[in-house]
Design a protein around this ligand. Structure first.
Ligand code: AMP
Length: 548
């Protein structure tokens, strides 16, 4: 199929804000799509090339690509971006007005676009930036103006067509005469709307688990308090909540495949887990889930940052398995010897899991107790924190495994850290509609008479807060480089967060995990009253009972 057809679809979707209209437009498109293209078309109608994939392309790189393709200085692209608030529209403008039209312009097919974009996240290491640039530039050089708009937006992950999962689900149902619930169930176990659309079209829509196809994982809600969480369920289990990587293991005899919470395959990054599965799982076929954590030489848990080096690593894997040892803590069973176990209550799943696993020091069960007794639960929670874990998850023992959802059957309980008062010392202008506001802020703690950066605060700011803060900060800007600004340390804000992490990126050596603005303290606090690096050091050492 020609890519221009998809670009016109995007344009049509963008033109209406009504969900039902979007659903109808998509349903017609899916119905008419040739069988061979249906899977790709369905994924790309959401503006993505694979479920939950991060393409890793920033606006700055896209500006370079556009400048290269259209043979104009980057400054001009930036200027157009400021005017239109959208790099897609900027590219469309330059494609319309380009001086030299490409000599052999070929017509783009959806496969051309799909393949080039699909390659982007796979590139890493030296020279990968240039390779990425040339893959996108190749597409743009052949693109008609409307196509350029959407190639840029797809690559940036910012489609602006307002198509969420629910609309795609309903459109597939409408196109092929199915119930939305049937489509949803099938999506839950395949995690892939492309496959679901194909099955719906050829009358083979199924919600059976297929070994090797990752199932969308069950998620936890937050509970403010352990007692409250316990009261929710008639029968409760409490488990340590480990700060690691969710892993779904698919075992089909000797074939082992590992998937992340986002359904990305991680088999090659964790060869030791593959080996342990062969040694420790007694069942022939199963899907089990657990949390992988990095551990020190004594087997004590290490913060997530250590593990993230393992996830990103694509080469020298054997060396990494020695440098950053890991452990997996299992907590669920969702498939066993040809049958789904998702509908069975957790109590049974946990018991059966215990029967099919031979535990070792590295392949083990998560700490788990079954109780409604508050004092026992509190003791367990304290133990979890003392062991350096994030908190606990309280689970309903009578509940089934609900893929892809937060339905309140699992409740996480974590300590809330005392907020910090920090000073704003820098920021970054937003993008698109937010180009005139500071979208993220660089925070700092006091370090004697100076300030040391402690990370960025970005997501979570409301438009109101962004506007308000920008007006206060604008007169304090001392330097500006592209979108980055330096700001005189004057304004103190109170910030909540989940954890203090060590970070070489900022001068304090620390960064905050999930920081959120609680309030602006300009009337109450001066920069001299802000919290100090010493305080952060102390909080860091004591958090989660960890004595460093
Ligand atoms: P959150 O990411 O804060 O929503 O918490 C849910 C995540 O906690 C899951 O996706 C798992 O990766 C992780 N987790 C850690 N320990 C457990 C456990 N015992 N049971 C389920 N999930 C756990």
């Amino acid at each position: 199929m020609q890519y221009i057809k998809l670009a016109r679809l995007y344009e049509e979707l963008e033109a209406t804000a009504k969900k039902l209209e979007k659903r109808d437009i998509l349903a017609v498109f899916y119905k008419q799509a040739p069988e061979n293209d249906l899977a790709i078309v369905t994924m790309m109608s959401m503006g993505i090339v694979a479920a939950d994939i991060d393409l890793g392309i920033a606006s700055q790189m896209m500006i370079r690509v556009a400048a290269k393709t259209y043979g104009i200085p980057e400054k001009e692209i930036v200027q157009k971006l400021k005017e239109t608030g959208d790099l897609g529209l900027a590219a469309e403008y330059f494609a319309k007005n380009r001086k030299q039209q490409a000599f052999f312009k070929k017509e783009l097919s959806i496969d051309n676009v799909f393949e080039n974009i699909r390659k982007l996240p796979e590139l890493s290491g030296s020279g990968s930036q240039d390779k990425k640039i040339s893959l996108i530039a190749e597409l743009l050089s052949h693109a008609q103006p409307l196509e350029a708009r959407y190639i840029v937006r797809t690559t940036l992950g910012d489609m602006r067509i307002g198509v969420a999962h629910g609309i795609v689900r309903d459109a597939i149902a409408l196109a092929f005469n199915k119930e939305p619930k049937e489509v949803e169930n099938s999506w839950n176990v395949t995690g892939d709307f492309g496959k679901v659309a194909e099955m719906a079209k050829n009358g083979k829509l199924k919600a059976d688990i297929i070994l090797g196809n990752p199932v969308r994982v069950m998620l936890a809600d937050r509970s403010p308090d352990l007692k409250e969480a316990l009261e929710e369920f008639e029968h409760a289990a409490i488990e340590f909540k480990l700060d690691g990587l969710r892993m779904q293991i698919h075992k089909d005899c000797e074939k082992i495949r590992l998937f992340s919470r986002r359904l990305d395959e991680l088999t090659s990054q964790f060869p030791e887990i593959v080996k342990w599965c062969r040694e420790c799982i007694k069942a022939k076929q199963c899907i089990v889930e657990g949390e992988v954590i990095a551990v020190d030489s004594k087997g004590n848990p290490l913060p997530f940052q250590h593990l993230s080096r393992r996830i990103q690593r694509k080469y020298d894997i054997e060396r990494m398995t020695k440098e950053i040892p890991i452990q997996i803590n299992l907590f669920d069973l969702i498939y066993l010897d040809g049958k789904s176990w998702m509908q069975k209550p957790l109590k049974e799943r946990w018991q059966r899991l215990n029967e099919i696993i031979k535990q070792s020091k590295t392949f083990m069960f998560v700490n788990h107790i079954e109780t409604k007794d508050c004092s026992k639960a509190e003791k367990f929670y304290t133990q979890a924190l003392a062991a350096g874990e994030e908190g606990v998850i309280v689970k309903n023992l009578d509940a089934q495994y609900q893929p892809g959802k937060r339905v309140g059957y699992w409740l996480k309980v974590k300590p809330i850290m005392e907020p910090l008062d920090l000073v704003i010392i820098g920021g970054t202008w937003g993008e698109g509609k937010r180009a005139n506001w500071l979208g993220s802020l660089l925070l700092a703690a006091r370090n004697r008479d100076n300030f040391a950066a402690t990370g960025m605060l970005g997501s979570g700011l409301t438009e109101e807060q962004m506007k308000d803060l920008t007006e206060k900060l604008r007169p304090l800007i001392t330097e500006e480089h592209d979108r980055e600004v330096k700001i005189k340390p004057r304004i103190v804000i109170e910030v909540a967060y989940e954890e203090i992490q060590r970070s070489p990126k900022y001068s304090s050596g620390f960064a905050l995990r999930f920081p959120r603005l609680l309030r602006i303290r300009e009337d109450e606090k001066k920069p001299e009253d802000a919290d100090t690096i010493k305080t952060m050091e102390k909080l860091f050492k004591n958090q989660r009972g960890r004595k460093k």
